[in-house]
Design a protein around this ligand. Structure first.
Ligand code: PMP
Length: 420
């Protein structure tokens, strides 16, 4: 039988019943909307089920208070919920406990936290940092700029024409002067699933650390950070049915323990005098100021939601949709798809149609109520390497259907006719 019950899942997402096509000046307006939404922009952000919205409204309606400070009941309840959310994330990704789970704003902030709190203190002109040519700007720009600040050499592992990493090149680039390897787990442009455990072995053979960008991986497949042996691992709540404004940095406890704080202020201190301060235990040392409490509650609910479906089933559904989209789009000989074959990719397909600009294509698709991404998907250098300024990207999630992919393909065909 089919791995997941998509029809039942769709019931949990009111937004999927929305019509579109009207005036965008009034967000959420439905008066002049006519066409049922086909939402295929999930790699940018996923939609939010009732269960997550309700968990967050329950927090605001019933136990909204600041955490860690109050003795009063609401503050204690909010603190329990906030702390338990860390435990739930730890369990979900195979971390050993809440000490290893730092809440951030998103993946980007998790990356910057490590770059500044670890990189600025540890990197020098004798070191190198190894990235891949398919890194998202969140990692690429962060390490590139840190290289400029510290003098560390930033290197890029080649991506082959089939969208896979050149592992021989990785073995050449990672050497005894490598201090950090930063690699995307699932590429948000190519859909490539990288061999991150092998890269972790390579990094560790040279006493380097490895940071894995799991923004597209944690939402779409089971992830076990200890099986990968990642030193750092990051992802965003909003791509896995959770709210915006919360992301996760996993770090091995011993490494986080050694690191200086990234942000200073309240909540992250133990003792403060006019001359000096000491730091709170992990993970609070890295969570200065009033944190994203409601978002933590929402993230917890999102993880419960996905775990109820089963991440192995989510992965299966994603790859079946990706394979179907790949096969259907290759029916057109003027469609070029980037990345690995249909049966070897994460749940997204980036492509171009002849010489039609991806923005024009996306605009035609929007006329058909099909929502996709057009642009460089925060991988400008990779697009330069592919020889195109932009691409169109359709990306799938638990609530997407094969019929929606048919709607995508029909709209693409319309655009092909229109542009001749
Ligand atoms: N890395 C990858 C692979 C991504 O797809 C994204 C989101 N597009 C990010 C990092 C950044 O995520 P966020 O914008 O939530 O920080």
């Amino acid at each position: 039988s089919y791995p997941i019950d998509v029809a039942a899942i769709r019931e949990d997402f009111p937004i999927l019943d929305r019509l579109v096509g009207g005036d965008v000046e009034t967000p959420g307006q439905t008066d002049d909307d006519t066409e049922p939404l086909v939402y295929l922009d999930n790699a940018a952000t996923s939609q939010t089920p009732r269960q997550v919205v309700e968990a967050m409204s329950d927090y605001y309606y019933s136990y909204n208070a600041n955490v860690h400070r109050g003795i009063h009941q609401l503050s204690q309840e909010a603190s329990v919920a906030y702390e338990t959310a860390h435990d739930r994330v730890a369990e979900f990704i195979g971390a050993s406990g809440r000490e290893e789970i730092v809440f951030t704003k998103n993946t980007t902030e998790a990356m910057n936290l490590v770059a500044y709190a670890w990189g600025l203190n540890e990197l020098g002109p004798e070191d190198n940092v190894v990235l891949t040519e398919m890194e998202h700007h969140a990692s690429l720009v962060t390490w590139q700029q840190l290289g400029k600040k510290t003098g560390a050499d930033v290197r890029f592992v080649r991506v082959d024409d089939d969208g896979s990493l050149d592992m021989d090149h990785a073995a050449e680039l990672i050497d005894d002067d490598t201090a950090m390897v930063s690699v995307v787990h699932v590429s948000n442009t190519l859909g490539t699933i990288n061999p991150v455990a092998d890269l972790a072995d390579l990094a560790h053979d040279h006493d380097s650390l490895i940071f894995v960008d799991g923004a597209q991986a944690v939402p779409t497949r089971p992830v076990d950070v200890q099986a990968i042996d990642a030193d750092f691992y990051a992802f965003s709540g909003h791509k896995l049915c959770g709210p915006t404004g919360i992301g996760v940095l996993y770090g091995k406890e011993a490494i986080l323990e050694e690191m200086e704080p990234y942000l200073y202020g309240g909540d992250m201190i133990r003792k403060v005098t006019y001359d000096d301060s000491t730091w709170e235990d992990l993970p609070w040392k890295f969570e200065a100021g009033t944190p994203n409490i409601a978002e933590a509650v929402g993230l917890h609910a999102a993880i419960d939601y996905l775990d109820d479906i089963g991440m192995d089933r989510v992965e299966r559904h994603e790859s079946l949709l990706a394979e179907y989209a790949y096969d259907r789009l290759t029916e057109f000989d003027d469609v070029e798809i980037y990345g690995p074959p249909g049966d070897e990719r994460g749940g997204l397909v980036a492509f171009n149609v002849g010489s039609v600009h991806a923005h024009d294509l996306s605009s035609i698709l929007n006329d058909h109520a099909v929502a996709i991404r057009a642009g460089d998907h925060c991988t400008q250098p990779l697009h330069q390497k592919m020889g195109v300024p932009a691409s169109a990207r359709a990306s799938f999630y638990v609530y997407n259907t094969f019929e929606e992919i048919d709607a995508l393909v029909d709209a693409v065909d319309d655009a092909r006719q229109l542009f001749g």
